[in-house]
Design a protein around this ligand. Structure first.
Ligand code: NOJ
Length: 564
């Protein structure tokens, strides 16, 4: 596929320039496709590329600019595909490389770009490199691409460090030598099936740079970089310091990591339409986060700060201000993310007593008011879609799907098992989508399709696409209207944010000259600021007042531009 076909030939919005838009990513709406659960084209119970291709018109109608696909590569699926066995192929249960190429160009013909997921920190334990390393034995060059190390203690029985896995437990697993005796240990920040790569090894760097070119040459517009702050380790493998100084943690956010992304940026920039790097960067320190977004590194990174805030106007307003302030010095656009395949669905989260998000607070049987959560998720949808920058939308959030409370015996997520069964894990937000309100798989597969790989709760049927498409008051209708306005309104696209005076429970701001967004997080209706038109509201206005837990978009009298 050559470079020139990367720019959509027929942009959907008449208002758009037909010239290639190299800055498309600064204000894009990016829809996250978890292929396994999006649509099942061959009826085997698992979503696939055929299913996505058949549903591209739905995505075009929704009004998204790009699709981010979770890993679609061959994988034993020990961690939902984040254990990659071959970075240049497609998992047979999803389809073939030819289908992926067809999907990329068909999406583009509808004005939709494609982003693929790159996983640099680790590979699958079935990856040929790791298999070769195991076979070659201690001290071999094959093992230098990973972190093999002898254990401590008299017989090497102690793990080399006290590092704690992101999925709980130790980050080390002991190998067994070819003669059957216990051998060296290897490092894995996630599961034992995901051995960490050694980024000091030139093969590791060269391989990933080649993988980037492989996908860029196939027309993908960018990559989402998994666990982007983790790949570089302190070679000395020290124990965890009590309070590591910035850049001094043995395996998080080390200063040397930026060289990797500078090299990747040079590759991305070498294309006629430069490709885009999006980082999954979980860091609390805003200044350290912004370093990944310097002009010669990544284009954007997920902003998890806003997503983890409770349903509280002051906390959310502070997070918005903090986010914009931290991005400004590096000139990068912010991103707004309400959820993804790792996070409790917004309608569930916002319907609980604890409305913020932290991985270690997830429990089975948490009481949830879904009507309240849905109301708030609608308000949050408009709030985030009105903020400056790039918007991420995880599949199913446009339908207001709740988190599914799955029976324990169907859960596959290693987070659940490694918590000793205490944490329900992340499969509850990965349940196959309902396309129709009837049939065994609610239209996920055809009429005779096998059962979906995870069971759909009864609550999914009334939320099916088919139903919501015919209901002007549905979540789907709200998203479609919001994304249309976002495309058409200049202020919403690139207008500067200026806060409006508002009561403490209200988040109100102007974008550009005449657009305003007002969200009421309090318990009583509030008056709207002076306006000439209500463009859209997440709930019916009550006598001109904005009810609790709702957002309205307004046209207001033009004002002089102020800065945020
Ligand atoms: C972040 C991904 O989003 C998550 O799903 C995965 O388990 C870890 N990285 C490890 O790859």
């Amino acid at each position: 596929m050559d470079n020139d076909v990367l720019s959509p030939a027929e942009p959907r919005a008449a208002a758009r320039d037909t010239a290639p838009d190299h800055a498309w990513w600064r204000s894009a709406v990016i829809y996250q496709v978890y292929v396994r659960s999006f649509a099942d084209g061959d009826g085997d119970g698992t979503g696939d590329l055929a299913g996505v291709r058949a549903r591209l018109p739905y995505l075009a109608q929704l009004g998204v600019d790009a699709l981010w696909f979770n890993p679609w590569y061959p994988s034993p699926m020990a961690d939902g595909g984040y254990d990659v066995a071959d970075y240049r192929g497609i998992h047979p249960m999803f389809g073939t490389l030819e289908e992926a190429e067809a999907l990329i160009s068909e999406a583009l013909a509808l004005g939709i770009r494609t982003i693929v997921d790159i996983v640099p920190n680790h590979v699958s334990d079935r990856h040929p490199w790791f298999q070769a390393a195991l076979a070659a034995g201690p001290g071999s060059p094959e093992r230098e691409r990973f972190w093999f190390h002898p254990g401590g203690g008299e017989h090497g029985e102690l793990a080399p460090t006290d590092w704690v896995s992101s999925f709980q437990g130790s980050t080390w697993t002991r190998t067994v030598d070819p003669d059957g005796t216990p051998g060296d240990w290897y490092l894995h920040l996630f599961t034992p099936e995901q051995p960490d790569l050694n980024w000091n090894h030139p093969d590791v760097r060269a391989e990933h740079e080649d993988v980037l070119r492989f996908w860029f040459d196939r027309g993908v517009a960018g990559v989402r970089i998994d666990s982007a702050a983790l790949p570089v380790k302190d070679e000395a493998l020290p124990m965890l310091p009590e309070e590591p100084a910035p850049g001094q943690h043995p395996h998080v956010d080390r200063d040397e990591i930026h060289d990797i992304y500078r090299a990747w940026r040079a590759i991305a920039d070498s294309y006629d339409e430069p490709r885009v790097l999006v980082g999954e960067v979980w860091l609390e320190d805003a200044a350290r986060f912004a370093r990944y977004l310097r002009p010669d590194e990544m284009h954007t990174a997920f902003n998890f700060d806003f997503m983890t805030q409770p349903w509280d106007a002051a906390a959310m307003r502070r997070s918005i201000a903090r986010t914009l302030a931290e991005h400004a010095p590096v000139g990068a656009p912010a991103t707004w993310v309400l959820s993804n395949h790792d996070i409790t669905r917004p309608v569930t989260r916002y319907g609980r007593e604890d409305t913020g998000f932290a991985f270690d607070r997830k429990r089975f049987g948490t009481p949830t008011d879904l009507a309240l959560g849905t109301r708030r998720a609608r308000a949050a949808a408009l709030l985030t879609a009105a903020l400056p920058g790039c918007l991420y939308l995880y599949q199913g959030d446009e339908l207001g799907l709740p988190e599914a409370e799955l029976p324990r015996d169907v859960i596959e997520d290693p987070m659940h098992f490694r918590s000793g069964g205490v944490d329900p894990g992340r499969d509850g937000c990965r349940v196959p989508l309902p396309w129709s309100d009837h049939g065994a798989s609610l239209g996920f597969g055809g009429d005779d399709a096998a059962e979906p790989w995870l069971p759909q709760p009864a609550a999914f049927a009334p939320l099916a696409v088919e139903r919501q498409a015919a209901d002007a008051s549905s979540m789907l209708a709200l998203y479609r209207a919001a994304l249309r306005l976002r495309r058409e309104d200049d202020g919403l696209r690139d207008g500067v944010l200026a806060w409006l005076d508002a009561p403490g429970d209200v988040i109100a701001f102007r974008r550009g000259a005449s657009f305003a967004s007002v969200t009421n997080l309090g318990g009583a209706p509030v008056a709207l600021p002076a306006h000439t038109e209500v463009l859209l509201a997440s709930a019916p206005l009550a006598g001109g007042m904005l009810p609790p837990d709702s957002t309205a978009w307004l046209t207001v009298e033009p004002a002089g531009e102020e800065s945020a």
